[in-house]
Design a protein around this ligand. Structure first.
Ligand SMILES: [Zn+2]
Length: 542
């Protein structure tokens, strides 16, 4: 029997649940439905639908007046760079290790393709094929369910329990789909200011990411909750072929377009190499192994022997992206007239870089795969070119990961938990300097046939699942109380100088001279005999 290396430690033995009534569940579904009707589309880095964003903000302010209305002293909402939001919720207990929960308010455009309903209808309907009720439209799983889910969870928690125990932040960017520079990029600076001011350090970050996946892993029938602990890098590479213009009546053997076409064929046929076994994907398999069917259990449990077999199984479907840098030719240009030889033909290739590769190795591999000097291969200067991120810790004894794992387990109790490589990009790239524990996961259930809905057509989430989203965030905020790290008691020189006698919360033993940071108060300070203060001092508290 293969043992999963991850041990779930129950950190809250008496978990609280929301136990929402059918009516409340419907009300929440309608909130998400309404949120979807705002067409907050990001087209490119300089064009986002500002009007829709402003209307969406108005909706949030009205709907979540408790949070946005300014009536609560412990909730602070900042509009960042006009259209993004940073919310600080101060806990009852002064903590130095708050956490950050993220979502984004923008959505991708509607590509061509037939939608069963209007993509911004926000309709709630019953699907006769499975009897489930769904909330329909762009943003249902990317990523308005997180924004509305977090606000619903927070509203519920405050209404029922008052001020939360532990301090945390929520960040909602407005341009994640086009790189996040204007949103998360600006939020990161505001957040850093706030953390410095409060003398805090982020304990962990949770942003959108991988899903609770049904039937996606070969040989595994239970759902797998796949938590992204590392994010792939991102580059665009341009391929350019130059040639002599001329008349099509006496063409050369190969035109610029023909040369380019061969280069593209080579890139697609040869692919970047599999890196299976060199990063987190190896552990992904180890974690799910004990739950796999017999044949797969044998393979997954003996990866040292069967790595290459598994690698070829993975390469057959969408799972291939887990084990290698992907190659997608996304733009092609060349030619102006049917009887003119094109002097230039070019294409753009988008790569998502596996953690074991780098920008340099990927481009070198492209050049090798193309194997033709006539094709210029250049790294494009795009807004979100990046290497893969560092790997966040996911050991059994790492408390922030345990907090997320427990929250997943509370809500999806039959799901197998697994760390993994996050295949797409998220706003977290702007926050990496603020925290080493960065997780990318959304409590959204996705079956194999649902995968094309993501950034595709007929995006939707079931009403039941959306309630689980809210429940998950609520549980997470509770579970996070397990790890409240108290702020050290502060005794400031200024208070010693101003107040006499000094009243402290607990007795302190003074047994050696106090050395204070005297700042500009040398004279005043030197004149003050320490013995006059009726305090004891233990050494390192100042
Ligand atoms: Zn997203």
């Amino acid at each position: 029997m293969v043992e999963s290396p991850f041990v779930l430690k129950n950190i809250d033995t008496r978990p609280k649940f929301m136990n929402a009534s059918a009516q409340e569940i419907q009300k929440r579904a309608h909130s998400l439905g309404t949120a979807i009707t705002f067409q907050t589309i990001s087209y490119n880095s300089s064009y986002t639908n500002i009007t829709a964003l402003e209307e969406f903000h108005t909706f949030l302010r009205e709907k979540y007046d408790l949070i946005f209305g300014g009536s609560l002293s412990f909730v602070n909402v900042q509009e960042v760079n006009t259209h993004s939001l940073l919310i600080r919720v101060e806990g009852q207990r002064p903590t130095k290790n708050p956490f950050l929960l993220c979502g984004h308010m923008d959505v991708v455009p509607i590509a061509s393709g037939q939608w069963a309903r209007h993509p911004f209808s926000g309709d709630i309907y019953r699907d006769e094929s499975d009897g489930e009720e769904y909330i329909f439209g762009r943003g249902a799983i990317d990523n308005k369910q997180a924004v509305i889910g977090l606000l619903e969870a927070l509203t519920y928690l405050i209404e029922k329990e008052g001020q939360p125990q532990r301090t945390f932040y929520m960040a909602f960017g407005h341009d994640e789909e086009v790189g996040g520079k204007q949103g998360a990029g600006f939020i990161a600076r505001k957040l850093e200011e706030s953390l410095n001011k409060e003398n805090e350090k982020l304990s962990f970050i949770l942003d959108e990411g991988m899903f609770v996946m049904d039937g996606v892993f070969p040989g595994v029938s239970d759902p797998v909750a796949y938590v992204g602990v590392v994010e792939k890098g991102f580059i665009d590479v341009s391929l350019t072929v130059n040639g002599d213009p001329g008349h099509s009546s006496s063409p050369p053997k190969e035109t610029t377009i023909g040369i380019l076409a061969k280069a593209i064929t080579n890139l697609e046929e040869k692919q970047q190499p599999s890196r299976f076994g060199s990063s987190v994907e190896y552990d992904t398999m180890k974690y799910v192994a004990p739950h796999a069917s017999f044949g797969y259990k044998l393979i997954l449990g003996n990866l040292w022997l069967f790595s290459s077999i598994l690698s070829s199984i993975l390469s057959k479907g969408s799972t291939d992206a887990i084990q290698r840098t992907t190659t997608a030719v996304t733009i092609i240009k060349g030619g102006i007239k049917s009887n003119v030889l094109p002097s230039e033909a070019s294409a753009v290739v988008n790569h998502r870089i596996h953690p074991a590769d780098t920008i340099e190795t990927v481009i070198a591999q492209d050049i090798k795969n193309i194997n033709d000097d006539r094709v210029q291969v250049t790294l494009m200067d795009t807004f979100d070119a990046s290497e893969a991120t560092p790997v966040s810790p996911y050991d059994s004894d790492f408390v922030p990961f345990q907090i997320i794992a427990n929250s997943i387990h509370d809500v999806f109790n039959n799901a197998i938990l697994s760390p993994g490589v996050m295949l797409g990009g998220t706003d977290t790239k702007h926050y990496l300097h603020l925290c080493d524990a960065v997780y990318r996961f959304q409590p959204v259930r996705l079956s194999k046939s649902d995968i094309p809905r993501f950034h595709g057509t007929d995006e939707r989430i079931s009403v039941k699942n959306f309630n689980q989203v809210i429940e998950f965030y609520y549980r997470l905020i509770h579970n996070a109380n397990f790890d409240i790290e108290e702020k050290p008691m502060e005794i400031k020189a200024a208070s010693l100088l101003e107040e006499k006698p000094v009243v402290l919360n607990k007795p302190v033993v003074l047994n050696k001279p106090v050395v204070l940071d005297k700042g500009n108060n040398d004279e005043v300070f030197n004149a003050l005999p320490i013995e006059d203060y009726d305090i004891d001092y233990e050494g390192s508290g100042l």
